[in-house]
Design a protein around this ligand. Structure first.
Ligand code: 5GP
Length: 191
């Protein structure tokens, strides 16, 4: 099947990548559609099934793994599984759109490896680990333990930045947004 382009935005959580992805989705000329991941974690705050994630049980998740339904999947945190269903990417491509992913670094690099020509993989770098800590605490949606887990993971993730096509440093949000839009536009034009 002829598909569109794939845009991977990966980063430690708290880096601002979700804000960047949401901004890009609003730019109609980029013709992007968000890849809704499946996850075994519980919804947080206002999150809705079929919009932010497909919230499924751990058992359902494991069954999808067995069936080979995932393009990539990862146990991002212990017992919290996340994955991209093949049907999700096909759904977006069959609507004639480009896919944008908000996924972790391992998943992002896996997608790049599977579709090297049509994927642009971007790493969003937080200003510092201290700033990351501050942002995660501000969210007030998670326990101290979960926050510490995310921070421990962030240091490992930061080391993978050189494997991405581009690194955006999110020191100033407006600059980061403009840079992200420019990268996506150029990649779309590059048929
Ligand atoms: P959160 O629990 O904050 O929504 O997400 C935790 C981490 O899992 C984030 O880094 C997020 O980007 C990542 N993630 C979300 N969906 C997927 C996915 O489908 N695959 C992979 N590998 N990671 C994902």
């Amino acid at each position: 099947m002829k598909g569109g382009k794939l845009f991977v935005f990966s980063a430690p959580s708290g880096s601002g990548k979700t804000t960047i992805v949401q901004y890009l989705l609003q730019q109609e000329e980029l013709n992007l559609s968000f890849s809704i991941s499946a996850t075994s974690r519980d919804p947080r705050g206002e999150e809705k099934h079929g919009e932010h994630y497909y919230f499924i049980t751990l058992e359902e998740f494991k069954q999808h793994i067995k069936n080979g339904d995932f393009l990539e999947w990862e146990e991002v945190y212990r017992d919290n599984f996340y994955g991209t269903l093949k049907t999700e990417v096909n759904r977006i491509w069959s609507n004639g759109k480009n896919v944008i992913f908000d996924i972790d670094v391992v998943g992002g690099l896996r997608i790049k490896k599977k579709y090297p020509e049509r994927t642009l993989a971007v790493f969003v770098k937080p200003p510092s680990v201290d700033e990351l800590k501050r942002r995660l605490k501000k969210r007030k949606t998670e326990s101290e333990e979960r926050i510490n887990m995310r921070i421990a993971k962030a240091s490992v993730e930061l080391a993978t930045a050189p494997q991405f096509d581009f690194v955006i440093e999110n020191n100033d949000l407006n600059t980061a947004l403009a840079e992200a839009k420019q990268l996506v536009s150029e990649f779309i034009g590059n048929e």
